[in-house]
Design a protein around this ligand. Structure first.
Ligand SMILES: Nc1ncnc2c1ncn2[C@@H]1O[C@H](COP(=O)(O)OP(=O)(O)O)[C@@H](O)[C@H]1O
Ligand SMILES: [Mg+2]
Length: 261
């Protein structure tokens, strides 16, 4: 059974903009799917629907056999902007998902201390900080981090509740090219270590190939599946694979699918 199914999703916004038309996709547990498509084709709209943040005009989303109509704690969604709380340390930002909804921390935020008291999650938070490569920055504040480090912290926070599905909406889009390459490679190893199902949207063909088991090519608006391209590169992936014939072949196929629509 697929972990996540988007079944004939249509989204028309109240102003009449049709963002998605009959978008259908099935994701298998543990796979990494990337969605590549031109700006404005409905990628962010799709992720918001899949995460239960937006109800589609028609069609349905099925997660683990259940129809999704509101945000689920089985899905974590990470955006382009890190959205860390500036008054909290890295460690304390990663702790946040454990507080939301648990009712444990009812204190006004301003009165909370920077140091997080151990409520049983500290070992897990330390593991997450190691996983994303932020050891030594546990007590740093967001303003003390580079853009790439802030996204690493946001990634650790997105993984804190061990979500079965991790979705990322152009997470490294605001960063320079070299930082992006290294974060994409880190993301691949983090995803493998976390044993979760990954879904990332991007407008970068090379990033979509680097990460994916399957690349879903999205047509211009209204977004529709224009093609699905499998990627048969071994893991862990490295950027030198970009020179491999398999990489070149998939790049051609994605370009063709983007151009054919
Ligand atoms: N809240 C909204 N109301 C009206 N139109 C929207 C809204 N959000 C997005 N759109 C439009 O829907 C289309 C798809 O947007 P989006 O999903 O953000 O695309 P992408 O993420 O692929 O760039 C665009 O034309 C965008 O302008
Ligand atoms: Mg977008």
């Amino acid at each position: 059974m697929p972990i996540l199914t988007a079944d004939a999703i249509c989204v028309t916004y109240p102003n009449g903009t049709e963002a998605l038309h009959d978008f259908t996709l099935e994701m298998e547990r543990g796979e990494f799917v990337t969605i590549v498509g031109p700006s404005g084709c409905g990628k962010s709209t799709l992720l918001r629907v899949l995460a239960g943040l937006l109800v589609p005009t028609s069609g349905r989303v099925v997660l683990d056999g259940e129809i999704i109509t509101r945000p689920s704690n089985h899905v974590s969604l990470m955006f382009q902007e890190p959205a860390l709380l500036p008054w909290r340390t890295v460690e304390s930002n990663i702790h946040l998902p454990f507080e939301v909804g648990s009712g444990v921390h009812r204190m006004p935020v301003s009165r909370q201390k920077a140091e997080t008291p151990d409520d049983g999650h500290n070992a897990q938070i330390a593991d997450l900080i190691n996983l994303v490569g932020l050891r030594g920055f546990e007590h740093a504040y967001p303003r003390e981090l580079s853009g790439g480090m802030a996204q690493r912290a946001a990634l650790a926070r997105a993984l804190a509740t061990q979500p079965p599905v991790l979705m990322l909406d152009e997470p490294f889009g605001a960063l320079d090219a070299l930082t992006r390459e290294s974060l994409i490679a880190s993301l691949e190893s983090i995803w493998r270590a976390a044993r979760t199902t990954g879904l990332l949207v991007t407008h970068s063909i090379r990033e979509s190939i680097f990460l994916a088991d399957r690349v879903v090519v999205c047509s211009p608006r209204p977004g529709q599946v224009a093609g699905i391209v499998p990627v048969n590169l071994p893991r862990p992936r490295t950027w030198d694979m970009e020179g491999w014939p398999e990489f070149t072949l998939r790049k051609k196929q994605i370009r063709a699918a983007l151009g054919d629509v």
